[in-house]
Design a protein around this ligand. Structure first.
Ligand SMILES: [Zn+2]
Length: 395
């Protein structure tokens, strides 16, 4: 996390510098006593050597207009993560103890105040009662070694959702150990009904809240909008920025569009993710990170808040299909103000193959997909996604 702190420190020094320059110019224009000027000048000089805004000696100070930007905060969200399973056999684990899985994108993930992802499985070395499947030949249950939590720590994760269809794969023992391992590692988690409905993290003077919803056993229900509103309102009272995660919607390449109605998949009610997202934002949520369809879906700005309808498969080793559109995904960095309102953002496109975790995609496929889907599904949203992946308000 130290790298993360340094990046933030760099940003804060930049902000401080802007303030200094403004102060310096103000005092230059207005101060009559030389001592004020000297103090500011000294600080300004010391900081100029640090970085960023060059102040030209050839331009008179009183013609330079310095805009002092208010503080912003960067929240990163990614989709499904399952770094390898030791069940049904250790042959489903990646090489090198999983150390390489997130290595290519660690720098990107760390460059934020808060980094979020969906933990699609359990963390448990052995034991637990594996979920029984109707069709054993197509039975997917996930149990990652406890040592793998270090990979999430190294990548800078602060919040993980455990509201999904795999956090219960190894019964109560799986859930209990997963929570204990995350807690020990200093990673906050949420998404279980009655016990772990939300998590709060304080960082650099800001308070961030997170809650997570899904249609699955034991999780905070994506269908119970009344309860969801209650949880979000409570977080909104206590936190500066409220992040809501959901694992919902139908799966696969034929379900990339947001239908704006209830979705069912193999007979299961997977929620109305559009209504859910708008409801939680109306209740005080600032960012909605959706996942579950295993493909990327559109984004939308609603009431100045960003909704990502599906962040796709982010780091899913072994037993996941990562062919075609299931193998590309965005890393979404959202910049918000102190109230959590959207200021801007950046999408970093990644791709996976069967043999490796996320790598930066030079073809930028996830950005193109987001642009296309957002244009189709939310043509009137005030959100613009540029070809380089920049997120901004439409002019
Ligand atoms: Zn899932």
């Amino acid at each position: 996390m130290s790298q993360k702190k340094e990046l933030r420190k760099g940003f804060r020094l930049g902000s401080l510098f802007c303030f200094m320059v403004a102060t310096l110019l103000f005092t230059r224009c207005n101060a009559e006593e030389g001592n004020h000027d000297r103090v500011s000048m000294h600080m300004g000089t010391a900081l100029i050597s640090e970085d960023t805004v060059p102040v030209s000696d050839t331009i008179p100070a009183d013609t330079i207009k310095v805009k002092v930007e208010p503080s912003t905060y960067t929240i990163i969200g990614v989709g499904d993560m399952m770094l390898g399973t030791n069940y049904p056999s250790a042959s489903y684990l990646p090489p090198n103890g999983g150390k390489d899985m997130l290595a290519s994108v660690e720098d990107v993930l760390q460059a934020a105040d808060i980094t979020f992802g969906n933990l699609e499985g359990t963390i448990l070395d052995k034991g637990g009662k594996a979920k029984q499947c109707r069709n054993p030949s197509a039975c997917y249950v996930f149990r990652s070694p406890e040592s793998y939590v270090q990979h999430f720590v190294n990548a800078g994760f602060d919040f993980l959702s455990i509201a999904n269809n795999h956090s219960g794969d190894f019964g109560q023992a799986g859930r209990t150990t997963t929570k204990a391992v995350l807690k020990e590692a200093g990673i906050a988690y949420a998404g279980l009904a009655g016990t772990d409905e939300y998590a709060i993290v304080e960082k650099d003077g800001m308070t961030y809240g997170m809650c997570a919803f899904a249609p699955n056993w034991g999780t905070c229900s994506i269908h119970d909008l009344g309860k969801a509103k209650q949880i979000v309102r409570k977080l909104d009272e206590q936190c500066d920025v409220v992040i809501v995660s959901f694992h919902g919607g139908a799966e696969g390449s034929s379900h990339q569009h947001v239908p704006k109605k209830r979705e069912t998949y193999y007979g299961e009610n997977r929620g109305d993710v559009h209504q859910f997202s708008h409801t939680v934002i109306d209740a005080g949520a600032d960012i909605v990170f959706g996942h579950g369809p295993h493909v990327t879906r559109a984004m939308e700005l609603y009431n100045d808040r960003l909704i990502c309808y599906s962040l796709g498969n982010f780091c899913t080793y072994g037993r996941f299909n990562v062919r075609g559109v299931a193998g590309i995904a965005p890393i979404v960095a959202v910049e918000v103000d102190k109230e959590g309102a959207f200021v801007g953002g950046k999408v970093t496109p990644i791709y996976q193959q069967k043999s490796h975790g996320p790598k930066i995609d030079s073809q930028k496929r996830a950005i193109n997909t987001l642009i296309e889907l957002t244009n189709t599904d939310f043509p009137n949203t005030p959100l613009e996604i540029t070809k380089e992946g920049e997120l901004k308000r439409k002019e």
